[in-house]
Write a protein that binds this ligand. Sequence first.
Ligand code: ATP
Ligand code: MG
Length: 332
Amino acid sequence: MGSITLQKVSKVFGEAKVIPSIDLDIKDGEFVVFVGPSGCGKSTLLRLIAGLEDVSGGKIVIDGKDATEKAPSERGLAMVFQSYALYPHMSVRNNIAFPLKMAGMDKAEIDRKVNDAARVLNLGDYLDRKPRQLSGGQRQRVAIGRAIVRQPSAFLFDEPLSNLDAALRVNMRIEISELHQQLKTTMIYVTHDQVEAMTMADKIVVLNRGNIEQVGSPLELYRSPRNLFVAGFIGSPRMNFINGQNAAQLNAHTIGIRPEHVLLSTESGDWKGKVTVAEHLGSDTFLHADVDGIGMVTARSNGDFASRAGDTVYLTPDKTRIHKFNESGLAI
Ligand SMILES: Nc1ncnc2c1ncn2[C@@H]1O[C@H](COP(=O)(O)OP(=O)(O)OP(=O)(O)O)[C@@H](O)[C@H]1O
Ligand SMILES: [Mg+2]
């Protein structure tokens, strides 16, 4: 079991109201990702759930029981941080076994659990090594192993992959998703990485200044952002926002169109612009163009689209993919 409910949870540090009031329901077995700009309160919210910080107000319910006043060790949750915090002098086996030894579990049981965790995480060959003899990805797996053996009702991850290089991140991202499918344990995962959020989450929670802007599946947020903030935050490169006459024609204060929904042509189209920067990624080309009467617009094309700074291009937004927002920034 691992359902978590936050009811009017708030947190104040001195004068600063970091989390004004949050209500959130996390179902048993869900993979929930918290995203938002730096300083918006993601880690604080995770630490409140873990019990590493006391709430200033509200209630935290875990598996139907009020856990607001419970110590971290009594909440049945396991937290994995960006820095793995392994004991350097202990073998991998002893690092993973540590929480079980502390809990006074008998040796045969500990061995069984450590071996199970090592199998799930492909750490079997490394059990006798010290952390310094492991790669970053292997170390992070050991830290996850130490969390797994406790059989928590939920895992809390705070940017666990941000110290890894790009290739390892991709591997670990897939491994954590597989781990979730295997264990079916609730996971709450904080990340800055768009791709991690979109690919791993059942449900994304977009935070801004300690408030929830929107909760939904990755594609719900991508297709139907509720406001300008979510529209600009989900999706990379970010959505183009256009004000003025073009928006007024569609009875909106602002219209938004994602770069992948703007058709590029060297010959003809709705808007004429001059390329200021062309980014050729191989698989895709991103063009930043200064469009007459509109301003800067980013458009995505396939990797074969040959264009350079200074070229004239024509852009045509896909009318069916235009987002409209009112004066208050709410989607209409
Ligand atoms: N112990 C503390 N005392 C005072 N202020 C704090 C404390 N911990 C966090 N804050 C403040 O609370 C706000 C939220 O911090 P938090 O670490 O939760 O942000 P975050 O979303 O995790 O950011 P990042 O993406 O950079 O990790 C920040 O303004 C931070 O300075
Ligand atoms: Mg943080």
